[in-house]
Design a protein around this ligand. Structure first.
Ligand SMILES: Nc1ncnc2c1ncn2[C@@H]1O[C@H](COP(=O)(O)OS(=O)(=O)O)[C@@H](OP(=O)(O)O)[C@H]1O
Length: 333
């Protein structure tokens, strides 16, 4: 298709992954008024290539149309998610979702819908409409890591369906806080140092729990809110650390929890030395290996060790409580 021939009257930007490779995308701009531009959009949707930038910096398909299914057909139905990755921010939620998407029985929204925190007033039908169509036996999923720390989210998810399966990817809260800080710093290079933000003003080592990078890591506190509505058996806690060191092992647990056949195995992963993380040999919709984008697996700034130690001390009792509540020792201490 000669995109250069299309006049740019009013821009509609469609970011299409033309070669099926995650990190090499091309942007096509077409005129809104141009006859055929909506058809172009539809065609790109049909081949599953209409993408948008997700709030976590990854490129994701907006319409998860099966490549074998035309958008003009109505095979399958849009259902509320059977399972949601509810957290935690910077835990490894994007990696988990992308790994799950290689399973033929999983259909997921690529972007984060943020329904149960930001857009609840849009209503449940709006939410369901965001979901990809699924056939019998397939499960619908989404991920929005901020749900885990949103006070209203548990009762809202419960009101949608008490049977919703919930997955939480947890990571050492100290590393998570640094990762969170690194993300904010990348958007705002003028940010004060980590040590300036982590301690309360004029305090001698008092941790500032009003800073979200700290607060999110008090997992036991957030989990209490969820356990008021959901039984522990309705939640799965995935170790963010093991998702990196043993992705296939962790994916085995996830598939069991979701009642899926164990299709995703060690055959699907390879360790990319340059990236320093496991990558997919054959991701969904592509025959080429693929790693997550640059915003995942960033190097963290140096933080003085005594600051990290102080933060580790702060989290210790909350971590122990969390191990007790979940019956799992994540080994962060
Ligand atoms: N396979 C693979 N590739 C790249 N990165 C991986 C992977 N598995 C886990 N991680 C870790 O995921 C961290 C980002 O977490 P999230 O995806 O939950 O972030 S976000 O909340 O959606 O922004 C990200 O954090 P940073 O290392 O701080 O960038 C990674 O450590």
């Amino acid at each position: 298709m000669d995109v250069g021939m299309i006049p740019e009257l009013s821009k509609v930007s469609l970011t299409a992954d033309l070669d099926g490779h995650w990190n090499r995308t091309s942007t096509i701009s077409v005129a809104k008024e141009l006859p055929g531009s909506s058809e172009l959009h539809s065609i790109l949707q049909q081949i599953g290539h209409v993408q948008q930038q997700t709030s976590d910096g990854e490129t994701a398909k907006t319409e998860d149309v099966d490549s074998s299914i035309s958008v003009f057909n109505n095979f399958g139905t849009k259902k509320f998610p059977h399972a949601i990755i509810i957290g935690v921010k910077k835990g490894g939620t994007r990696a988990l979702l992308e790994f799950l998407r290689i399973h033929p029985d999983v259909r997921a929204v690529g972007a984060e819908p943020h329904f149960f925190d930001r857009f609840y007033d849009k209503g449940l039908q709006w939410y369901r409409n965001l979901m990809p169509r699924t056939l019998d036996g397939q499960i619908t999923m989404e991920k929005t890591p901020s749900y885990f720390v949103t006070k209203e989210a548990p009762h809202r998810v419960f009101a949608m369906s008490r049977h919703t399966k919930l997955i939480v990817v947890v990571r050492d809260p100290v590393t998570r806080a640094v990762s969170d800080y690194t993300q904010t710093l990348s958007k705002n290079p003028g940010l004060p140092t980590f040590q300036n933000l982590v301690f309360k003003n004029s305090s001698r080592g008092l941790i500032d729990t009003s800073w979200s990078a700290v607060r999110i890591g008090i997992y036991a506190k957030h989990l209490e809110n969820w356990l008021q509505y959901f039984p522990l058996s309705g939640l799965l806690f995935v170790s963010g650390e093991r998702l990196v060191t043993d992705p296939a092992g962790e994916m085995g647990r996830v598939q069991d929890f979701l009642g899926l056949k164990r299709v995703i195995t060690d055959k699907h992963f390879y360790f990319n030395q340059t990236k320093g993380f496991p990558c997919l040999k054959k991701p969904e919709g592509s025959s080429r290996p693929r790693c997550l984008g640059k915003s995942k697996g960033r190097s963290h700034p140096h933080i003085p060790p005594e600051v990290l130690l102080r933060l580790r001390d702060f989290y210790r009792p909350f971590n122990l409580k969390f191990y007790q509540m979940t019956g799992q020792d994540f080994g962060w201490d």
